[in-house]
Design a protein around this ligand. Structure first.
Ligand SMILES: NC(=O)c1ccc[n+]([C@@H]2O[C@H](COP(=O)([O-])OP(=O)(O)OC[C@H]3O[C@@H](n4cnc5c(N)ncnc54)[C@H](OP(=O)(O)O)[C@@H]3O)[C@@H](O)[C@H]2O)c1
Length: 308
């Protein structure tokens, strides 16, 4: 079983002269963990957390961490004195589709945690952190962040004809917005699998488990591969998992099997965080990717300001 130390195992960024200013829209499961991670980053300053319910637990959480807050939603972001360097959208796919045309003129880097698929898709272990200069980065979904690296590794090494990515998240860490945009989750995760593997016959599934105690975040990748060799399959997926562990230390392959032409890989992501329960790897994985994208942008801004 993976053990995690949240402070020492993650990549660190060099101290930079001016941390990037960050706004978060959405104060639910994803938004609250993002705020915790921003407050621990030396490259980012939590400059605004915008919800829409003044009584929300997420706004109280942000206040306790010293972030300015507003219940004014996107309007609070748009009416700030200066544009934020980075805006995280942790609302819903439908809300993000409305937010983006209003955020775009600000020139901020927008990191979209919803499965809206408006922006350029980033899965760090596969794409790196750049998205061809796009100012709207889409992080696909938690299941996409977990499954795409494995699907991509299999499709690169073998002639894969079918891919299925099935994820399970605990109900207590899947907020209302996650449930509302379940159809977008399925569509966007499937499109990401196709985009990064070249395999057109794919299926994405999300289980929201009501189990008590809460189910850990798990993903199974099923592939149809004629003549796959188990030893080689293990090598390929362990190498892909090592790449993800560079920023999500709780990412671990649990099982790999080959039965005829059916290949099955099972993995889990344990949250490595002082504020998340271990089963919340779904939040930890996508939010760690989001923070890395923002920190790279902060470094780039600091370098270009230093060059002036
Ligand atoms: N939870 C996961 O495992 C997970 C993982 C990866 C990605 N995601 C994605 O992240 C997004 C958030 O998921 P979640 O689980 O954090 O849901 P959540 O707990 O319901 O959080 C969504 C938050 O956004 C707020 N919100 C919604 N529309 C808004 C708007 N137009 N303006 C301002 N605030 C708005 C909600 O406010 P109210 O409280 O007033 O409704 C709520 O605070 C979803 O798109 C989901 O698919 C979730």
């Amino acid at each position: 079983m993976t053990t995690c130390n949240p402070d020492v195992e993650r990549p660190t960024v060099a101290t930079i002269a001016r941390p990037a200013t960050v706004a978060v829209i959405g104060t639910g499961a994803i938004g609250q963990d993002l705020v915790s991670k921003i407050s621990r980053s030396s490259a980012l300053t939590c400059a605004l957390v915008a919800g829409r319910n003044p009584e929300s637990a997420g706004l109280r959480h942000a206040e306790l961490l010293g972030c300015p807050t507003s219940a004014g939603g996107i309007e609070a972001v748009l009416s700030a004195d200066r544009p934020f360097d980075v805006v995280f959208d942790a609302t819903s796919a439908a809300a993000h589709r409305e937010h983006w045309p209003r955020l775009e003129p600000l020139g901020s880097l927008v990191v979209d945690l919803t499965p809206s698929k408006v922006g350029a898709m980033v899965v760090p272990a596969v794409t790196g952190l750049d998205a061809g200069g796009s100012r709207n980065i889409n992080l696909v979904s938690c299941g996409g962040q977990a499954g795409v690296p494995i699907a991509r590794a299999l499709a690169t090494a073998f002639p894969v004809s079918y891919l299925e990515v099935v994820s399970t998240v605990a109900s207590v860490v899947a907020g209302r917005a996650t449930r509302l945009n379940l159809d977008e989750y399925v569509a966007t995760t499937g499109q990401a699998v196709t985009a990064f593997t070249g395999v057109s016959d794919v299926k994405a599934i999300l289980n929201i488990s009501p189990a008590v105690p809460p189910a850990p975040f798990r993903t199974a990748v099923h592939a149809l591969i004629p003549g796959a060799d188990l030893t080689r399959v293990r090598e390929v997926v362990e190498s892909a998992a090592a790449e993800v562990r560079r920023f999500a230390p709780g990412y671990e392959i649990l099982a790999a099997s080959v039965t005829g032409d059916r290949v099955m890989i099972s993995l889990h992501v344990i949250a490595c965080s002082e504020v998340l329960p271990p089963y919340a790897g779904n939040l930890d994985l996508i939010n760690s990717a989001a923070i890395m994208v923002a920190e790279q942008h902060a470094t780039r801004l600091a370098l270009s300001e230093a060059a002036l």
